[in-house]
Ligand binder design. Structure first.
Ligand code: CMC
Length: 392
């Protein structure tokens, strides 16, 4: 006893060294490979940021073209994988489906099991980035009882995703470029966030030598919870529950009440005690999308705007530094685009995939040991087994 440092929630323990992402939560700074997230959101694309996260440098023009081409080439999934979907109930949560089908990719690409081979690792990374939107869209189509829509590789990554979601085999979806750009930004702003719960899960799973598809499936499972990636879905459920601007005060009072477990979803962050820089960019995109779709006066979005204002001014939220987070705005954008709430976390998972891969790859490429946290045991002292008929 007393041999180990007790740090529940890992608030003061670094589990690894990393060169990928830097966060200063007090100052509201987020850098990927040294580049500020605001600059990437403004000038880069999701796929370019994927390249940056994985390879450590921004690509040359020719490298970017080649990378985009490779990603395009891998967008289809094995026809046999379609059968997995039929094993799920139509009303299964798409995240439940994703945990299953992404893990199942390891049954299709046996080369990925050899993680000591650098080239195999790279191909697994391409496959994951390419196939996540296809699988995500399939999980949606399955829930609707609609036929799956094959990827259309003449479209950009994010437009292609919207096509697979909203198109049909008979008709290409009409993709508004402003909406496609917003989708790309959502992916980009979710691409990495250093050692959050899901990324740490990917690293821990990977530290045992598990294959990348299994590790990313573990990350998806960890992301699902409402305190992490499930928050964007929870935001919309909360807005719907509030239902009317006149109920807002009641919910604010509940959020402040220590005896009430209710929390304002989409507010607060473990690391950012200042405005999350991703939330700032997302807010701007959110305003653009609502404006483009003429939804500023929609009652649900008016509730969101009122909540945002209250939280930014109210003493409780200001004192505890509970700013609106990235999921608050992404949830609103996705709802405005017409994406059902159950798909929100799936979209987060799709965007986060390059981050998970970059961390997994960084760990596997360097010296690493299996992750094995210790504990402070608080259970019973040693005692003798009692036969079942003699227990009282
Ligand atoms: N509404 C009301 N009060 C809150 C909220 C909230 N959303 N978040 C934190 N608090 C209070 C909390 O009650 C506590 O008060 P006290 O000090 O009086 O006990 C104080 O603020 C600190 O909270 P904490 O739970 O110790 O903070 P944490 O770092 O463990 O949790 C969090 C961070 C994000 C889980 C939490 O703020 C939360 O539950 N927020 C709502 C869910 C959410 O939006 N999550 C998305 C996070 S961003 C995307 C991602 O990382 O995936």
């Amino acid at each position: 006893e007393g041999l180990f440092t007790y740090d529940p929630g890992f608030v003061s323990t670094a589990a690894c060294e990393s060169k990928i992402t830097y966060i200063d939560g007090d100052k509201g700074i987020l850098l990927h490979r040294g580049y500020p997230i605001e600059q990437l959101a403004e000038h880069s694309t999701y796929l370019e940021t994927c390249f940056l996260l994985i390879y450590g440098e921004l690509p040359l023009q020719s490298e970017l073209r080649e990378f985009e081409e490779i990603i395009r080439k891998h967008t289809m999934v094995h026809e046999q994988l379609r059968n997995f979907f039929n094993g799920f109930r139509r009303d299964a949560h798409p995240m439940a489906v994703m945990c299953g089908v992404v893990g199942a990719l390891s049954a299709f690409y046996h080369d990925s099991l050899d993680i000591s081979n650098e080239r195999h690792r790279e191909i697994a990374a391409f496959r994951l980035i390419s196939k996540m939107p296809t699988l995500a869209a399939m999980s949606y189509k399955y829930s609707k009882g609609q036929p799956f829509v094959y990827p259309r590789n003449s479209l950009d990554y994010s437009a292609n995703f919207l096509h697979m979601l909203f198109g049909t085999p008979c008709e290409e979806a009409e993709v508004n470029p402003i909406i496609a750009r917003a989708m790309d930004r959502i992916f980009l702003l979710h691409a990495d966030h250093e050692q959050n719960a899901s990324t740490s899960t990917v690293r821990l799973a990977g530290s045992s030598g598990a294959n990348p598809f299994a590790c990313i499936a573990a990350g998806i499972a960890a992301l699902w919870g409402p305190a992490h990636g499930g928050a964007n879905e929870a935001v919309l459920n909360m807005l719907q529950e509030i239902g009317d601007e006149k109920n807002i005060d009641k919910y604010i009072a509940r959020a402040k009440d220590k005896d009430d477990p209710f929390r304002l979803m989409g507010f607060g962050h473990r690391v950012y005690k200042n405005f999350d820089p991703r939330a700032k960019v997302m807010k701007q995109t959110c305003d653009e999308v609502l404006n483009e779709l003429g939804l500023e006066d929609d009652p649900l979005f008016k509730i969101a705007k009122r909540l945002e204002k209250i939280a930014l001014e109210d003493e409780y939220f200001v004192e505890k530094k509970l700013y609106p987070n990235v999921d608050f705005y992404s949830g609103i954008i996705l709802k405005a685009i017409g994406i059902p709430t159950e798909m929100f976390t799936v979209i987060f998972a799709t965007g986060r995939t390059p981050g998970w891969i970059a961390h997994w790859h960084e760990m596997i490429s360097g010296p690493y040991r299996i992750g094995r946290p210790r504990q402070l045991y608080t259970g019973s002292d040693i005692r003798d087994y009692v036969a079942v008929n003699q227990r009282s």
